[in-house]
Design a protein around this ligand. Structure first.
Ligand code: BG6
Length: 500
C-alpha cells in the first residue's frame, strides 16, 4: 500500500467485538495497518460486546485471530505488544443506555487527553438487528455528531429487501449525514477489483472497444468451494441472491459496465455506478424462469472428501428451497450495452474457489484464414489467481499459416513484489481518511435491491419451481450451462488450462 499517514488521533469502536468478523478480519487488518505504519500516531480501539470477558483473555483471542488470518502470518511479539496496548474491551449491552454513557466518557477523555477532537469510527460488526439500536444510542448521546470527523460503518446485509433497506436508510438519515455512513461491500476493497477502474480508464486501448459493437457478452463468476458451514441459520433465510448477487456481484457489474466518471471523485463514481443499476432490465415472472437459474447443492465430494448436501447442514430446514447457487442473464438497457448479455453466477460448495470477470469480444469480421478463430477474450481474475490475461490469435511457428490462440498475461506476483493489502485494510484506511469512494451510497444500495426484487418476489411466489440441484464439488447444474450456451460453450470460471 502506498504510504498513507493520518495525523488526527483516531478512536475506533467495534460493536460486536466477540464476533467472527472482528477476530478474522477487522483486528488483523488494523494490526497490519499498524505494523505498516499507516495508522495515526495516536489511536485506540475499543471493542464492545455483551459477554463478560477478561481483557487479557480477549486480547489473547485476538492475537490467535491475527496469527491465523493475517496475510503477514504470525505476529511479532514486540509489535503485537505495542498494538495490544491500544486495545480495550468494554462489556456492554447495546440495548443499555449505560453502554453509551461509558462510551461517551471514554471518547471525551480520549479527546481531552490528546488535546483535541479525534476522528471517531463506529464499526457495526453485529447482527443486523442491532444496527438501529446502536445507531440510536450513538445519536441520542451525541457521540457521533461531528459530520466531518465521526463515521459509522455498516456491514452487509443492508436490509433484507428494498423496503427494509429504504427503512434503514431513512432511519440513519435522520440521525447522521450521508457522508458519515460507510456501507461496506468488501469486494470493492479487493486490490484486483480496484484495479478494474485503472485498467479501464487509465488505458486508452480498451475503452473504445468496451461496448456492444465489440463485446459479445460478459461473464462475472464468483464460485466458492466453501459450503454454508455453520452459517445455516442466517443463510437459509438469505440465499445466494441476497448474500452475494445483490451486493458483491452487482458491484462488480457496476465497475465493469459504468461510464467513465468525470473525475476520480467519490460522488461522480457512485453516480456512474448507480446509473448502471438503474438501467438493468427488469424481468417478468416468465422471463425470470427463463433467465435466472437457481440451484441447491446436494451431497457430493470436495477434495476427495464426501460432504453433506445443503439440506443436511446445521440449522437448515430439511425441505429448504433456498438457493445456494444462482446463474443469471442480465441486460443493461443503455446505448453502450444494448443487446450485450451480462452473465452472473455464484455458488457455494463448488469445484474450487474462483472469482473471475470475462469479457468475450466478438468474432473478427476478417475471414481470411482457413483456421477457426477463437475470438479475443479478456479475463480478469480476482481471486485466488490475481491476473489479467488477453487471449489472442498467433501464427504457430512453421511453414504453414496455422493459427493458435495464446494468452498475454499480467500477473500481480510478477509485476509487484509487495504483498497485497487485504480488502479490509484498504477499506479501513479509507474510512479513517474519510474517503467514501469504495462504499455504497444509500441510493446505490436501493438500486441494487431494485434489480433483485422481481426475482426474489417471483421465487417467493413459486418456492420450489425450477429449483435445480448440483452435487457439492461440481460447477453447478446443467441448467446454468444451458443459460450460457447460445453465447459460450462454458462458463469461463475454470482454471486457465481448462478454459482454453
Ligand atoms: C460474504 C458472504 O459477504 O462474502 C459469504 O456473506 C461469502 O457467504 C463471502 O462466503 C465471500 O467473500 P470472499 O472475500 O471470501 O470472496
Amino acid at each position: 500500500m502506498n504510504q498513507k499517514k493520518i495525523q488526527t488521533p483516531a478512536l475506533i469502536t467495534i460493536f460486536g467485538a466477540k464476533g467472527d468478523l472482528t477476530r478474522r478480519k477487522l483486528i488483523p487488518a488494523l494490526y497490519n495497518l499498524f505494523i505498516d505504519n499507516h495508522l495515526p500516531p495516536i489511536f485506540a480501539v475499543y471493542c464492545i460486546d455483551f459477554l463478560e470477558t477478561d481483557e487479557a483473555v480477549f486480547k489473547e483471542e485476538l492475537l490467535a485471530g491475527v496469527n491465523e488470518f493475517s496475510r503477514n502470518g504470525l505476529a511479532k511479539e514486540n509489535e503485537w505488544k505495542e498494538f495490544a496496548a491500544k486495545l480495550f474491551y468494554i462489556q456492554g449491552d447495546f440495548q443499555d443506555a449505560g453502554t453509551f454513557l461509558s462510551l461517551k466518557n471514554i471518547a471525551n477523555s480520549f479527546d481531552k487527553h490528546n488535546g483535541g477532537r479525534s476522528t471517531r469510527i463506529f464499526y457495526f460488526a453485529t447482527a443486523p438487528r442491532f444496527i438501529e439500536i446502536i445507531a440510536e444510542g450513538l445519536y441520542k448521546n451525541k457521540i457521533c455528531s461531528r459530520v466531518s470527523l465521526d463515521r459509522i460503518v455498516i456491514e452487509k446485509p443492508f436490509g433484507t429487501d428494498l423496503a427494509s433497506a429504504k427503512k434503514l436508510n431513512l432511519f440513519l438519515s435522520k440521525r447522521f449525514a450521508e457522508k458519515q455512513v460507510y456501507r461496506i461491500d468488501h469486494y470493492l476493497g479487493k486490490e484486483t477489483v480496484q484495479n478494474i477502474m485503472a485498467f479501464r480508464f487509465a488505458n486508452y486501448v480498451f475503452e473504445p472497444l468496451w461496448n456492444n459493437q465489440y463485446i459479445d457478452h460478459i461473464q462475472i463468476s464468483v464460485a466458492e468451494q466453501v459450503s454454508v458451514g455453520k452459517r445455516g441459520g442466517y443463510y437459509d433465510s438469505s440465499g445466494a441472491l441476497r448474500d452475494m448477487v445483490q451486493n458483491h456481484l452487482l458491484q462488480l457489474l457496476c465497475i465493469v459496465a459504468m461510464d467513465c466518471p468525470g473525475a476520480y471523485q467519490a460522488e461522480l463514481i457512485r453516480d456512474a455506478k448507480t446509473k448502471v443499476l438503474n438501467s438493468v432490465r427488469c424481468y417478468t415472472d416468465k422471463e425470470i424462469f427463463k433467465n435466472v437459474v437457481r440451484a441447491q447443492y446436494v451431497a457430493g465430494t470436495i477434495n476427495g472428501k464426501p460432504v453433506p448436501g445443503y439440506r443436511e447442514e446445521e440449522k437448515v430446514s430439511p425441505g429448504s428451497g433456498t438457493e445456494t447457487m444462482v446463474a443469471a442473464k442480465f441486460f443493461i438497457d443503455n446505448k453502450r450495452w444494448r443487446g450485450v448479455p451480462f452473465f452472473l453466477t455464484t455458488g457455494k460448495s463448488m469445484t474450487r474457489q474462483v472469482s473471475v470477470i470475462v469479457v468475450q469480444f466478438k468474432d473478427s469480421p476478417n475471414k481470411i484464414f482457413k483456421n477457426d478463430i477463437v475470438p479475443n477474450r479478456l479475463t480478469i481474475s480476482i481471486q485466488p489467481e490475481l491476473e489479467i490475461s488477453l487471449l489472442f490469435e498467433t501464427k504457430v511457428p512453421g511453414m504453414k499459416m496455422k493459427l493458435q490462440a495464446v494468452d498475454m498475461d499480467f500477473m500481480y506476483q510478477d509485476a509487484y513484489s509487495e504483498s497485497l493489502p487485504e480488502a479490509y485494510e484498504a477499506l479501513l484506511m479509507d474510512i479513517l481518511e474519510g474517503d467514501p469512494t469504495l462504499f455504497m451510497r444509500a441510493d446505490q444500495v436501493e438500486a441494487a435491491w431494485k434489480v433483485v426484487m422481481p426475482i426474489l418476489k417471483t421465487w417467493e411466489k413459486y418456492p420450489l419451481k425450477q429449483l435445480h440441484f448440483y452435487p457439492a464439488g461440481s460447477w453447478g447444474p446443467e441448467a446454468a450451462l444451458k443459460l450460457i450456451k447460445p453465447y459460450a460453450d462454458k462458463w469461463f470460471q475454470l482454471p486457465r488450462i481448462e478454459r482454453m
